[in-house]
Design a protein around this ligand. Structure first.
Ligand SMILES: [Zn+2]
Length: 406
């Protein structure tokens, strides 16, 4: 357990009430205390979102968020930056990344940003953890910073923290005094491939995507969803292969829900780099060990999960998913936790459930709670519980669920 700063009693109380108090696993991740969030973020700014746009890059979809910077806390950012977030919607194809920070043109934000290993572009640290929306109330004169831990199963943003902006800034500045500033020569403040920012501040609806969640429609027809596993091993945890096998076994043991099966351990491809624009949307989950394309920073993120989906195909109100995936991080923080096989198993299960379409739960004993601590996963306190079951039932109504493979 990491102690909260003693000099900030008000904030400490707020955090104790509003957040779990132990370091936990974004998506799935360690819940970074604010001082640690500051340390792992080479760029920290406050500003206004000017535009939000999505585009294909290197075979996958990114959302480019252009921010007019009003204050730089760390990293020497210029007056306008464009961050690059994995996921988004382009035409008839969408990529849902569980726990990813969402942006609306015109909103004021405080951002804790990290570097994408593969191209040094900026992204929010630890997915949702690095994005705070600033809320100013002119009537009461209060200014708050609000943070959401992704969405729940209904697609509703899950409120995680709410505190005075001044307290958030104070922690940041206090921590900054104890860490060295970073050299910014390698930071890409504007990705060269980013679409030219278009002012959509006055028309936020234009970029607000009605995302209703996704399901694997094959399941309604009784078809199994193959799950392929990357060949690269996790360090020290054994091989990872046993945990994957156990996870699939556990998933398939759940009656009348989405069945998966282990198709092969020889898959060497990568979700980032395969051109999905030109190939048919295969109905596979893929598990990548050790972040083969350098998509996740060493910031406490343990793994990410999600799926590509068709925006124009709906069944029972859900988009049709394809190409679900899980990428396990290879950063030292993630490696430390993944060495525990129970923790590895929990992370993998959590992400596979995201790949199946589940959102986050507010119950910290359930698999879909947005963060997890070493203590909790080691102690076997995390179980496939009520909220997880409810989520699966909602997406895969038992009347339509596959009856094969159990
Ligand atoms: Zn998650």
């Amino acid at each position: 357990m990491q102690a909260l700063p003693r000099r900030l009693p008000v904030l400490a109380i707020a955090l104790a009430v509003l957040a779990v108090s132990t370091p936990a696993i974004a998506d799935l991740s360690i819940l970074q205390p604010l001082d640690e969030l500051t340390r792992v973020s080479p760029v920290i700014v406050r500003g206004d979102v000017y535009s939000v746009d999505a585009a294909w890059e290197d075979g996958t979809i990114y959302t480019y968020v252009t921010v007019d910077v009003s204050e730089v806390f760390r990293g020497g950012a210029p007056a306008r930056i464009t961050i690059k977030q994995l996921g988004g919607v382009v035409g008839e194809m969408g990529l849902a990344i569980a726990g990813q920070a969402a942006f609306v043109p015109g909103e004021e934000v405080m951002l804790f940003l990290g570097l994408r290993p593969r191209d040094n572009t900026l992204m929010t640290s630890v997915l949702w953890q690095g994005k705070w929306a600033v809320s100013r109330d002119a009537a009461t004169g209060t200014t708050e910073a609000v943070r959401y831990a992704g969405d729940d199963d209904d697609g509703t943003p899950l409120l995680h923290d709410r505190l005075a902006l001044a307290d958030l800034e104070r922690v940041t500045q206090t921590t900054m005094a104890t860490v060295r500033d970073v050299t910014n020569s390698d930071i890409v403040f504007t990705p060269p491939e980013a679409p030219a920012p278009v002012n959509t501040v006055d028309n936020p609806v234009a970029h607000k995507i009605a995302f209703l969640g996704f399901s694997w429609h094959e399941v309604f027809a009784g078809t199994l969803i193959p799950t392929l596993f990357g060949k690269t091993k996790q360090p020290k945890v054994g091989t990872g292969a046993k945990q994957i096998k156990d996870t699939v076994k556990a998933q398939n043991a759940i009656k009348k829900t989405l069945p998966v099966f282990k198709k092969s351990n020889k898959y060497k491809g990568s979700i980032v780099g395969s051109d999905l624009r030109t190939s048919a949307c295969a109905m596979d989950n893929v598990v990548f060990n050790r972040d083969p394309k350098g998509e996740i920073a060493n910031d406490g993120t343990l793994a990410i999960g999600g799926a590509f989906f068709f925006t124009n195909i709906l069944i029972r109100g859900f988009s049709k998913a394809c190409n679900g995936f899980v990428v396990m991080n290879d950063g030292s923080t993630a490696d430390g936790l993944m060495q525990n096989k129970t923790c590895y198993h929990n992370v993998l299960n959590h992400e596979l459930l995201h790949a199946m379409g589940l959102g986050h739960s507010t119950k910290n004993v359930n698999l879909m709670f947005p963060s997890v601590s070493m203590a909790a996963c080691q102690g076997g306190k995390i179980t496939y519980g009520g909220d997880d079951k409810k989520g699966k039932k909602k997406l895969y109504n038992s009347n339509f669920a596959a009856r094969v493979g159990h």
